[in-house]
Design a protein around this ligand. Sequence first.
Ligand code: G3H
Ligand code: 13P
Ligand code: ZN
Length: 314
Amino acid sequence: MKYTKLGLTNTKQMFQDALTGRYAVPAFNIYNMETLMAVLSAARTTHSPVILGVSESALKYMGADMLVGMIGGCNISPDMQIALHLDHGNSVAACQHAIEIGFSSVMIDASKLPFDENVKLTKQVVDFAHKHNVSVESELGTLSGIEDENTFGTQSSYTNPSDVERFVQLTDTDSLAIAIGTSHGAYKRTAPTQELRFDILSEIAKRLPDFPLVLHGASSIPTDLVNTINEYGGNLSGTLGIPSTQLRQATQMNICKINVDSDLRLGFTAAVRQHLAQNPNNFNPREILGAAREMMTTICINEIRNIMGSENKR
Ligand code: G3H
Ligand code: 13P
Ligand code: ZN
């Protein structure tokens, strides 16, 4: 399936516009009808470009036919700018498969490999993807936290600014995810005073002017959501996200895409727990999941307005 048939676009124009306008395009992870509808509803309300992030495990969970069927059912209109993006693809085959079924953008995450192997794998994906007018994101440096349900990295290493120009030149990648202190999941920092490494970001941006950079592990982990979860029977402690102020600062420094998954997971869980606790007689899944969908839509709209700065950029 060619992605244009689904009303999707690649990320090239989105990122050019984001660089010029100094904002970030949100990439929200989706894994079912509720997350997909929430993200698209927020995109429609705010007139924001949006990237639908699908991890390999999410793709396996939904199945390719189901995902493509659901996207086709969303009636994405030409006035919207929506990309379908493989998040953390970990092989050339996974990226090729995604492109064949209708993705308009893929990430090849070979960041745990040595530099030369990362270049080799990324270049293979770029060669294939560009033949299909699909954008490619790659990564230099590694984040800690949960990257995929199968992998948990305890080590992180910041991106080395002296590697970035050579990497981009050798691979022809369209965007680059960098490690400057974010991490996946809800436990991102050990102390509230810990700041992102804006010195590294600034050095990278200087070496790669006008080139789109990406932040993974960038959920803000709102305390009200964590509190609601805990109030209604959950048990999360020690959560700490990336403050919105720091994310906004990053959007002013060539960060064109900000990835958010955990915030929607928290929103989903908070809404379901609250709904069930407040309506103990209700066993109607549409109402339970409807509450979750509504909550996730609100979170996406808030983040588009208050973090990404991408409202009315479509
Ligand atoms: O960055 C990774 C995402 O949070 C996806 O996680 O593989 O559990 O869907 P997942
Ligand atoms: P969070 O865990 O911070 O939401 O990060 C999501 C992500 O990077 C998806 O690729
Ligand atoms: Zn990620």
